[in-house]
Write a protein that binds this ligand. Structure first.
Ligand code: TIU
Length: 229
């Protein structure tokens, strides 16, 4: 099958439909529901909830196009051995990482709050990458998973735009992947950070990626014929 394009900024992104994946970053209760890590940090988590509907439409389009879908979750082992002491201490939180919160232990694997929200829950065959850091490549097998599937381009959704999405897209860019971040499918607790974070990605000719939106991505994905992947 011929290459396709996604309408994006700073210019349309051409991709090989056999080499594209959807990456959904940290759409966990801990970030998008009250009582989780995001709220413990002092944030209004309702700021992120507008991402859920467009994300779920892109997820459905990716599944229909039969392209790989990979989910990530930020969090730690129950013994916290993979959590840097500096991260545990950061912010001097009353209820912080590893402590018991309304949704179980905050940002700990296996806790209710750590899991992905039901609206975007992975199905069989969609890898879930558990990451101890903000970047999805740091101390994970994401790069191996992508290489094994021949992935070169990623459509990126998730939270938060200026933290885990930015860190991951920067890491991906340095490894030679091309990322297109969907503006309405990524969210920040801070409207100003959302705006500037997206500007930063696409500035300077797309210094570390592209920016598009759910409808444009769905348009492009809908052109992928199921049997071509
Ligand atoms: N606090 C914040 O904005 N984000 C995080 O701590 N993690 C992610 O972005 N997933």
């Amino acid at each position: 099958m011929n290459n396709l394009t996604i309408n994006a900024e700073p210019y349309p992104l051409e991709f090989d439909p056999r080499k594209i994946a959807l990456l959904i970053i940290d759409m966990q209760r801990d970030f998008v529901e009250p009582g989780g890590f995001g709220e413990m940090l002092g944030n209004d988590v309702s700021q992120l909830r507008s991402t859920i509907e467009p994300c779920s439409r892109v997820l459905a389009a990716a599944r229909a196009a039969n392209i790989p879908v990979i989910h990530t979750r930020e969090g730690h082992r129950p013994d916290l051995a993979d959590a840097p002491p500096t991260k545990l201490a950061r912010g001097g939180l009353k209820v912080g990482i590893g402590d018991e919160g309304p949704m179980g232990r905050v940002l700990v694997r296996g806790a209710h709050g750590h899991d992905i929200i039901p609206e975007l829950y992975p199905v069989d065959g969609e890898p879930v990458v558990d990451k101890p850091g903000k970047g999805a490549f740091y101390e994970t097998d994401l790069d191996l998973i992508l290489k094994n599937r021949g992935i070169e381009t990623m459509v990126v959704c998730g939270v938060t735009t200026e933290v885990c999405v930015h860190t991951t897209v920067r890491e991906a860019n340095d490894r030679g992947y091309e990322c297109v971040v969907l503006a309405d499918c990524v969210g920040s607790y801070f409207p100003e950070f959302q705006r500037v974070a997206l500007e930063m990605i696409k500035a300077q000719g797309g210094i570390f990626g592209w920016v598009s939106d759910a409808d444009s991505a769905i348009d492009a994905l809908s052109q992928i014929h199921k049997d071509a992947t």
